[in-house]
Design a protein around this ligand. Structure first.
Ligand SMILES: *[C@@H]1O[C@H](CO)[C@@H](O)[C@H](O)[C@H]1NC(C)=O
Ligand SMILES: *[C@@H]1O[C@H](CO)[C@@H](O)[C@H](O)[C@H]1NC(C)=O
Length: 162
């Protein structure tokens, strides 16, 4: 009897701390669909401003809300002014994009931003097996590259919904 009571107490305590971890920051950001399934947002190892998806082992962590800032490099995720429907993302020391928002576990640009509510990204293969990421506001893709359109970016799933 005593044993089962302490087990219940331990289980309750463990559950409480798991909840605290799930809601804590900073967060990793990853893709959920092939060919970039469970690759993580990070800077390219040869270019600190190039935004790519790559292995979990080199994943960066981010504070998300208006801006997205890497806690690893302190750089901000900014959206470029490309005339194409896909916009180059860069990591810069200064923030020029305040459109980012979390919708559930999904990274979007907010409805009230100049982009409207966008949640599609384009990923194109680049050197070292990484995939460069662009915000996709339409359907165009660059020619002569291996790309995957309409990807979305999410926080990792961290346990049962609460
Ligand atoms: C680094 O990446 C940025 C963003 O993709 C790009 O504009 C720049 O040309 C790259 N720099 C070099 C040296 O390749
Ligand atoms: C980024 O920071 C996190 C938390 O401090 C750390 O666990 C992770 O290894 C770092 N990533 C890189 C690529 O250094």
């Amino acid at each position: 009897m005593l044993l089962s009571i302490s087990t219940a107490v331990i289980a309750a305590a463990t559950g409480a701390s798991a909840l605290a971890v799930a809601g804590s920051k900073p967060e990793q950001i990853r893709s959920d669909q092939d060919p970039v399934f469970h690759l993580y947002l990070q800077a390219h190892p040869k270019n600190a401003s190039q935004v790519v998806l790559g292995p979990v082992g080199t994943s960066e962590y981010f504070n998300i809300g208006g801006t997205i800032q890497s806690t690893n490099t302190s750089r901000y995720l900014n959206i470029g002014g490309d005339s194409t429907s896909y916009k180059t993302l860069t990591f810069d020391t200064a923030s020029s994009t305040t459109a980012w928002q979390l919708e559930g576990d999904t990274i979007i640009t907010s409805t009230s931003s100049s982009y409207g509510r966008q949640l599609n990204f384009l990923a194109c293969k680049t050197d070292g097996g990484f995939w460069q990421v662009y915000l996709q506001t339409g359907s165009a893709t660059p020619s002569g590259q291996t790309c995957s359109n309409y990807q979305s970016l999410h926080l990792p799933y961290e346990g049962p919904a609460v």
